[in-house]
Design a protein around this ligand. Structure first.
Ligand code: NAD
Length: 372
């Protein structure tokens, strides 16, 4: 089985889907690995490292020729995959609800597209979960991005010239990214509070030494929510949340929003009027900006200023930590392929629980029930 590692084509994408470490491991499973020249360059992995790990480093056509599995970070353009074996797997973060045309392209090309971003949140798939590995780094980077825009310090400092007070940081949405944002802001010495619609996060917030800010008058989502994810809340809950947040936000220096609802636009959590209540010089980082944004006025790919408040909307935050993001992403892909590797057939064979969840196309058709 030949595995092809492609150089990412999307603007600003610095990550790579395999590292020399995972190439070596894939080869030890019995695979042949080809890496498109320059694939790891932006993530600090040189071609030489891949060659030393045993990969063939080649141009795109030679990399793809006869490959049965094609690895990517973002979904490659179906038109650019000519030469791969018939029915080859395309294993990447395929954004199936946002990039339907591309999914149709994989079907038309007879490829089997496997969306790693639809990996079910079950215990045995944790090591294959690209959303978690990338969100964790995003949460960390969001705090550093906020600190870089903020004209003050995070920790309290008592100096001979006087005292600098600790920054107040509020994290909205306490999933994987939010938890890491809380932990990172705490490590930098900030006073941290956080909120979520899922009641199960209250204890997690407390265990990281932050203060939970919760709507108690109306029920949100009791416990974990389906598959660990949030759903949409009632209009009553949204009104109570808006009121609670309004009072709290005006006293914050930094707000980090991470709230997402799978398959839906991100919930709007902060209005322009609420931004106006914050002190000039405050910073908001909207990690959901590419899914529609939690913050009114946030612009994807830009840092904008509204009412003296900087609203940070970087795209593709994991790519801003390309070396670590690639290392973890590549291990997720290796863990996936190796968990299903069938030694006799010399290729991975999926089971129904995971296969049916992530398979988008097969035999020339879209087959995933969530896309039908
Ligand atoms: P996510 O990226 O889908 O959403 C981020 C957070 O935003 C979630 O905590 C969500 O509840 C919250 N949110 C949604 N709407 C909101 C609103 N209106 N106001 C405030 N917050 C709102 O979430 P995620 O990071 O993917 O994690 C979701 C859960 O799944 C977590 O509990 C995580 O621990 C769990 N998880 C489980 C596994 C596993 O078992 N394999 C793997 C990863 C994550």
């Amino acid at each position: 089985m030949k595995i092809a590692v492609l150089r990412e084509q999307a603007d600003g994408e610095k990550r790579v889907s395999a590292t020399p470490e995972t190439v070596r491991k894939l080869i030890s499973l019995g695979a042949d690995v080809a890496v498109e020249a320059g694939s790891g360059f932006a993530a600090s992995f040189a071609d030489q490292g891949y060659a030393e790990a045993g990969a063939q480093v080649a141009d795109r056509a030679a990399t793809l020729a006869g490959a049965g599995i094609v690895l990517g970070v973002q979904g490659p353009d179906p038109a650019s995959l000519a030469g791969a074996a018939p029915g080859a797997w395309v294993v990447a973060s395929l954004n199936p609800f946002g990039a339907r045309d591309r999914v149709e392209g994989y079907a038309a090309a007879g490829l089997e597209a496997l969306a790693m971003d639809l990996m079910p949140r079950i215990t045995r798939a944790q090591s294959m979960d690209i959303l978690s590995s990338q969100s964790n780094l995003s949460g960390y980077k969001a705090v550093l991005d906020a600190a870089a825009e903020y004209g003050r310090a995070f920790p309290m400092m008592m100096t001979a010239a006087g005292t600098v007070s600790a920054a107040r940081v509020f994290v909205m949405g306490v999933g994987v990214a939010g938890l890491q944002a809380i932990a990172t802001a705490r490590r930098l010495g900030a006073q941290v509070s956080a909120t979520d619609v899922r009641s199960a996060t209250r204890e997690q917030i407390q265990s990281l030494g932050a203060k939970p800010i919760f709507v108690d008058s109306v029920a949100g989502i009791e416990g974990e929510g389906t598959g660990g994810y949030a759903g949409e809340t009632s209009p009553e809950y949204q009104a109570a949340q808006a009121e609670l947040v309004s009072g709290h936000i005006a006293k914050q220096d930094i707000v980090i929003t991470t709230a997402l609802i799978p398959g839906r636009p991100a919930p709007r959590l902060i209005t322009d009027g609420q931004v106006a209540t914050m002190r000039p010089g405050s910073v908001i980082v909207d990690l959901a900006v590419e899914q529609g944004g939690n913050v009114e006025g946030a612009v994807a790919g830009e840092v904008v200023e509204r009412h003296g408040v900087r609203i940070v909307g970087h795209r593709n935050v994991p790519s801003r930590l390309a070396a670590d993001a690639s290392a973890l992403y590549a291990r997720n892909l290796f863990n996936f392929l190796s968990a299903f590797w069938d030694k006799e057939q010399g290729r991975p064979v999926l089971d129904a629980e995971i296969g049916d969840a992530i398979r988008l196309t097969q035999g020339g058709k879209i087959v995933n029930p969530r896309l039908l």
